[in-house]
Design a protein around this ligand. Structure first.
Ligand code: AMP
Length: 358
């Protein structure tokens, strides 16, 4: 029998493996410069952690989680994303005490049972950051700029930042009401949308089958309370002064229920329909929801494979595809003094011992 990698999974080798290592190392450098500390959470967790935090009526929980029972009868899930796991670790280890800056990052594999296509896999890698205990719009702006900086470090600058506000517990119910009325007037919704209409009308907005029908749907930005509206204006103005021209996108709702206020996606035209290279937002209620103290937070995750796909025609990637330039690429990026760089030197130069090259 000839074995092949399972559907939706990929072996990563050659220029892609080098690209991923460089992206991860460069990201870690950038995170550390900004005061973020690394956290490695387990690959599987209690399934109910994700159900509770991501939301029952979401694609991830309804269709995409890899859930299994272990020999002790525990219901576990391979992590579909990093935010819920990090929030669980933050609460469990009282990380707010050991790291009062509240800045954390992670790098690792995630798992979702999705229909595979270019840029969408069942096992994929994310690089993410979470900024706890700040409700300041400056934290939202810092997170978005960080995501942009990570993409820039592999040569991706042609991007669009889509941003929206989902409001808070005070103003979102009014928007939900308006949406339910609107969807009733559209009619002819798919079965998924009909089922989600009552429990989670925001999910209906980004239904893959029906969303093209919702051109004149109400926009959350028209329903924001004064506080949310002021904060949203401030985030945009901070981004603008940092040179980031974002587009307000009233249809952007994201597929996870924990978001409050700011949500964003960084998209690229260089990839196909799976064009969101990084995404995230604010989630002020999640930590309390899973048993911690009320702690506002904002974060993002970048998909490594998707980012590298978008980097295919950049100098960064061309250098990786040409073995002679790999050494230069690594030296250029000041990632020289680790075992990885040494291994490349050994391969390229046939060195068998530790003699320095220069
Ligand atoms: P999310 O966790 O859904 O907010 O997604 C954050 C980022 O992870 C996206 O912008 C993608 O770059 C990446 N991503 C999400 N799902 C997948 C997938 N199935 N395959 C590859 N990358 C993904």
């Amino acid at each position: 029998m000839n074995y092949k990698a399972s559907r939706g999974t990929r072996d990563i080798f050659g220029a892609n493996a080098l690209g991923m290592s460089l992206l991860e190392q460069k990201s870690k450098e950038i995170f550390r410069k900004h005061g973020f500390e690394e956290v490695r959470t387990p690959i599987f967790e209690d399934a109910s952690l994700f159900m509770r935090s991501i939301g029952q009526v979401t694609d991830i929980v309804e269709k995409e989680m890899y859930i299994f029972e272990d020999k002790g009868g525990r219901k576990l899930a391979l992590r579909p994303e990093g935010t819920a796991s990090l929030a669980r670790a933050f609460v469990e280890h009282r990380m707010g005490v050991s790291n009062p800056a509240g800045k954390f990052f992670y790098v690792g594999e995630m798992f979702r049972y999705e229909r595979p296509q270019a840029g969408r896999y069942r096992q994929f890698h994310q690089i993410g950051a979470e900024f706890y205990d700040s409700s300041s719009p400056a934290a939202d702006a810092e997170i978005i700029i960080l995501a942009q900086d990570l993409l820039a470090c592999i040569g991706i600058s042609e991007i669009k930042v889509h941003i929206n506000s989902l409001g808070c517990q005070k103003c979102r119910p009014l928007f939900k009401e308006a949406l339910i009325k609107y969807f009733a007037s559209v009619g002819d919704l798919c079965q998924d949308c009909i089922r989600r209409l009552d429990k989670n009308p925001l999910r209906v907005l980004d239904c893959k089958a029906d969303s093209c029908k919702f051109t004149d749907a109400p926009q959350m930005t028209d329903y924001l309370c004064d506080d949310c509206s002021g904060k949203f204006d401030m985030v945009r103005s901070l981004l603008k002064s940092a040179g980031c021209n974002c587009v307000v996108d009233g249809k952007l709702v994201r597929g996870l229920d924990y978001y409050t206020r700011t949500v964003f996606e960084i998209r690229s035209d260089a990839v196909g329909s799976q064009d969101a290279l990084a995404a995230g937002g604010r989630y002020d209620n999640l930590v309390k929801e899973i048993g911690g103290q009320s702690t506002p937070a904002v974060g993002f995750a970048l998909g490594s494979q998707r980012a590298l796909l978008a980097a295919q025609n950049t100098d960064f990637f061309n250098n990786l595809s040409s073995p002679e330039k790999i050494f230069v690429a690594i030296a250029d990026q000041e990632l020289f003094n680790d075992a990885f760089a040494f291994a490349i030197k050994v391969t390229r130069n046939g060195l068998k011992d530790n003699r320095p090259l220069a």
